[in-house]
Ligand binder design. Structure first.
Ligand SMILES: [Fe+2]
Ligand SMILES: [Fe+2]
Length: 231
C-alpha cells in the first residue's frame, strides 16, 4: 500500500471525487452516512464534520482500501459511451426490475402484518411514488440527455442538466423516507422471510440509486458542465 495515501490532502478533496476515484470508497462513505451523491461537492473535512464522524476511524477505513492505482475499471476512466451504457444497464434497468418486485413484496408484507407494531405502513406507496418519479426521469435521460451527450462534440450543450440535478435531490429525499419507514432497513425480531427479503432488497435498491445519482452528478454531468446552458 502507498504510505502517502490517504495523507492530509485527502480531507480537502470532495467526497464526490473520492467516491468516483477510489474503488470501494462508496461503501465506506455510506457506512458513515456521508452523502457523496447529492452533496458530492463538500470536502471530506466538511462532510465528516457535518456527520460528527470520528476522523481517525474514517481515515483508517479509507486507507484500508489502498490507492486508486489501476484505475482502468473505475467509471472516471470510462469513455462517455461506455459510462452511459453502464448507467443504463446496471442502474436504469436494475431499478425498474427492483421497484416492480419491491412494490409487490411491500404490499404483501403490509397486508399480512398490518397489526404488527413495526409494520412498514406506507412503504409500498413510498416505493410506488419513487417509481412514478424515477420512470419519467430515466426516460428523459434515455430519450434526450444521453443521445445529446453521445452526439456532442463542442460548443454549447443545450440540455439543462441543473433540472436533472434537482430531480436527483428529490430522489435523495425519497430515500431518506425509505430509511425512516424501515427503521434503516432493520427487520424486527422474528420477521418472516418476505419481510427480510423486502428490507434486503430495499436496502440494495437504495444503495444502487445512490451510486447511480453519484455517477451522474459527479462523473458524467461534470464532463458537460462547462458547455451547459444554465436555466
Ligand atoms: Fe440515470
Ligand atoms: Fe438521473
Amino acid at each position: 500500500m502507498n504510505t502517502q495515501f490517504p495523507g492530509p490532502e485527502l480531507w480537502q478533496r470532495t467526497v464526490g471525487d473520492i467516491a468516483a476515484t477510489l474503488p470501494g470508497a462508496t461503501a465506506v462513505l455510506r457506512n458513515y452516512k456521508i452523502d457523496f451523491c447529492c452533496n458530492g461537492d463538500l470536502t471530506l473535512d466538511s462532510a465528516a464534520h457535518r456527520r460528527g464522524v470520528d476522523r481517525g476511524e474514517l481515515e483508517r477505513a479509507l486507507a484500508a482500501l489502498g490507492t486508486p492505482d489501476g484505475a482502468s475499471a473505475v467509471p472516471t476512466a470510462m469513455s462517455n459511451d461506455v459510462l452511459i451504457g453502464h448507467i443504463q444497464a446496471c442502474y436504469h434497468e436494475a431499478h425498474r426490475r427492483a421497484l416492480q418486485e419491491l412494490i409487490a413484496l411491500s404490499r404483501k408484507v403490509e397486508a399480512v402484518h398490518h397489526e404488527h407494531p413495526k409494520v412498514p405502513a406506507g412503504l409500498s406507496e413510498a416505493l410506488r411514488q419513487l417509481q412514478r418519479d424515477l420512470e419519467p426521469h430515466m426516460a428523459k435521460e434515455e430519450a434526450i440527455l444521453f443521445p445529446a451527450m453521445l452526439q456532442w462534440t463542442e460548443g454549447k450543450f443545450d440540455i439543462p442538466i441543473s433540472e436533472l440535478r434537482h430531480e436527483h435531490d428529490d430522489q435523495g429525499i425519497s430515500l431518506r423516507r425509505l430509511e425512516c419507514l424501515t427503521d434503516n432497513f432493520t427487520t424486527p425480531e422474528g420477521a418472516c422471510r418476505s419481510w427480510q427479503a423486502l428490507y434486503v432488497g430495499t436496502a440494495q435498491f437504495a444503495e444502487d440509486l445512490i451510486k447511480h445519482i453519484h455517477l451522474e452528478n459527479n462523473v458524467l454531468f461534470p464532463r458537460f458542465a462547462a458547455a451547459e446552458i444554465r436555466t
